[in-house]
Write a protein that binds this ligand. Structure first.
Ligand code: IVH
Length: 678
């Protein structure tokens, strides 16, 4: 074709380029800086790939400010900047077998060795990339990826992650290189995310949208104490630089990282050739929902590191690896209704009722809407077209509404003013986003209280599920938890679908619940803000519910794991007349676990004979609290490190005491290690 040297580019193409770049820049900002994406990752990738495609065929149209010329988020002004030792490269995407084969063929054309290559496959973890620097085995610096050259110093926040060793290796016998820098991903497991949201919901606080943004937001916090409260996990998959030679294959590098005591992901596959690699990726398309974390693809890596490095990179993407991406799990559907549910503590939670739609092989009919502020902020209206995301086991949620698709018949949503169960006027919690029904006799609240009491984590009463609870309360057989223990077989037989066997089984299960532990009973009482962990902390300190009921707010606050809000909430619960009556009844029915040996002092003390030095800012307690905790368990504390010191408990920004410990070879531990020792 004759191309004139002064040929002008097609104006439509220029306009498309311009639109793509401004859209991508906008979505980059929403995702990376605000942690509030409006479109799905899949849609983002489509935009980005289209831009790359145009720039590949028209390299003359690439501008230095094109989104393809940068990686990740702009470093925020709030954190110190960190220069990475090498550029933190990215990956190109391959959607499906065909694009992955195209990637492979391009590589073979570049280097014929690729034909003989084998591959290592790892889940593409969806969290926040972190860069960790260790010097002489000590964790010195941790950073975000930022723009790939310069990241943000988030060392103090990273230190709070329990699985991040402050000193490597933890196991003796190996020495860490003098300098080594790792790359990995910090994330929140699906299970932990669900728990975190359930706890927040019980407290009437704002719930999080998804694990990825929560992990990213938690690490880009100014206050490490906030980070420490989030269940962050870490997986390391790359060595960016090292003062010692490192293994020559990705498979061996992962083992080497694990040997140095850093956490690695145990899910990985070896493929002898590209066909096998693609087969593995295809076989994981639905299997991946069983993985403990969210992942939107699999990274296929050339195993041989010499070949990988020789292939180099193009733009910001390493050539020797590709992300095999699965199609988006976000779909569009219609919001048919908003159902408002009343929780155990009276908190009202809106639930989206959707036009049923298949997402990732599952029929989705409902999705969380978090709270009324969320509905207002996102301007979600009844009848709207909405984008719904489902990620593995995490409950589906609404990402956004699509206002362009309205036909004018969707007025803004007005939240209810009264309780959907008992019609009492709703009250707003001034310190949280939640609205409450404050009627203590609200039937819906009673149902939730009974469900919680019978749940597996609490009194574990088999057969007492949602439906039977409703039957019992509607028939007026049960008006409080204690009434469960007065149920008679004759009463049950009068209920719909109750025969001899079902009635006997339920009565037996209720009877058996009398032998449950104090921790389970505390969970079962449903005290605002007291979940499994804090119930366990309380049960360790008190002999029975009477001694817990008599504890002052000060005493409660002094218990590790119980903060001022929880202490207030416990005191408030035990002060209520109706709860005092409930405890009396439970006691009279024999539902009264007692910890017999609480008062005896011959229980083994796990820290007996050990001396600790505490230094730096601990993530979850003050130094005084740590001292009391150590002493309570038989240990001693000292102000200076010597050869006699058994452990140095290290928090953020530790200084000379940590240095001394390292010089003398005294083991250092984190707050989490201390808790494990107890
Ligand atoms: S390897 C040169 N492996 O996916 C090597 N990346 O752009 C490039 N990611 O945000 C990265 N899991 O942090 C690699 N197992 C894994 C990964 C992984 C998640 C992230 C990476 C980056 C994106 C790729």
């Amino acid at each position: 074709m004759d191309t004139l040297p002064f040929d002008q580019p097609d104006p439509h193409l220029l306009q498309e380029l311009e639109e793509l770049r401004s859209q991508i820049n906008y979505h980059n900002y929403l995702y990376n800086t605000l942690d509030q994406p409006e479109i799905s990752d899949y849609e983002y990738d489509l935009l980005f790939n289209r831009l790359k495609e145009i720039e590949l065929t028209h390299p003359e149209l690439i501008t230095p400010d094109s989104p393809t010329q940068k990686v990740g988020a702009k470093p925020s002004e709030r954190f110190q900047k960190v220069q990475h030792p090498v550029p933190i490269l990215s990956l190109s995407n391959g959607f499906g077998p065909q694009e992955t084969m195209e990637w492979y063929r391009r590589l073979v054309r570049l280097d014929a060795e690729v034909e003989k290559a084998d591959f290592l496959l790892e889940p593409k973890l969806d969290g926040l990339t972190v860069v960790l620097h260790y010097e002489n085995g000590v964790f010195r610096l941790g950073a975000t990826r930022g723009d790939g050259q310069i990241g943000e110093d988030i060392t103090s926040n990273l230190r709070t992650i329990p699985s991040l060793p402050l000193r490597i290796p933890v196991k003796p016998g190996i020495t860490a290189p003098e300098h080594i820098v790792f790359r990995g991903e910090a994330l929140i497991l699906k299970e932990d995310f669900t728990k975190l949201n359930a706890e927040l919901e019980a407290k009437g606080e704002k719930t999080y949208l998804n694990p990825r943004n929560t992990a990213a937001g938690s690490l880009r916090q100014l206050d490490p104490a906030v980070t420490a409260k989030r269940p962050l996990k870490l997986f390391i998959y790359q060595i960016l630089s090292s003062s010692e030679p490192i293994p020559e294959s990705q498979a061996d590098i992962l083992d080497y990282i694990a040997n140095l005591s850093l956490p690695t992901d145990s899910i990985r596959w070896h493929a002898r050739d590209i066909q096998e690699a693609i087969k593995i990726c295809e076989s994981q398309a639905t299997e991946r929902h069983k993985w403990p974390f969210e992942a939107d693809g699999i990274v296929i890596k050339i195993n041989d590191q010499n070949l990988f490095n020789r292939l180099g990179y193009i733009g910001k993407d390493a050539r020797g690896a590709v992300a095999y991406k699965y199609p988006g799990e976000e779909v569009e559907t219609i919001l048919l209704d908003i159902q408002n549910n009343v929780g155990r503590t009276g908190v009202i939670t809106p639930l989206a009722i959707l036009k049923p739609v298949m997402i990732g092989g599952v029929l989705v009919k409902q999705a969380t809407l978090h709270n009324f502020d969320f509905i207002a902020e996102k301007d979600i209206r009844l009848g709207d077209h909405v984008l719904v995301k489902r990620a593995g086991e995490v409950i589906p949620y609404i990402m956004a509404s699509l206002p362009d698709k309205r036909d004018g018949k969707q007025p803004p949503y007005t939240p209810p003013k009264t309780c959907p169960s008992c019609a009492s006027e709703l009250v707003k919690d001034p310190e949280a986003v939640a609205w409450y029904c404050e009627n203590t006799n609200c039937p819906a609240q009673l149902n939730r209280t009974l469900e919680n009491y019978a749940s597996r984590a609490a009194m574990d009463i088999a057969g007492l599920g949602e439906k039977i609870v409703v039957q019992l309360t509607e028939a007026d057989l049960v008006k409080s938890i204690a009434d469960l223990y007065t149920l008679k077989k004759d009463d049950l037989l009068k209920l719909d679908k109750f025969g001899d066997l079902k009635a006997d089984n339920l009565l037996r299960a209720i009877e058996e619940s009398k032998s449950r532990s104090l921790q389970r009973l505390i969970i079962g009482l449903g005290i605002h803000g007291i979940g499994e962990v804090s119930a366990g902390d309380l049960a360790k300190q008190f002999k029975d519910l009477d001694s817990l009921a008599n504890a002052s707010i000060d005493e409660l606050q002094n218990i590790a794991g119980i903060g001022p809000n929880a202490a207030q909430s416990i005191a408030h619960w035990f002060a209520q007349e109706q709860n005092k009556k409930l405890l009396e009844s439970l006691k009279s029915y024999g539902v009264w676990p007692i910890i017999e040996d609480q008062a005896q002092d011959d229980t083994p003390k796990p820290l007996a004979g050990l001396t600790f030095v505490i230094t730096g800012t601990l993530p979850g307690m003050s130094r005084d609290e740590a001292k009391s905790l150590i002493e309570l368990h038989g240990g001693k504390t000292s102000g200076s490190v010597s050869k006699k010191t058994n452990y140095v408990l290290v928090g953020a920004d530790a200084g000379s005491k940590l240095q001394k410990a390292l010089e003398l070879g005294v083991p250092t531990i984190s707050e989490d290690d201390l808790r494990q020792m107890l």
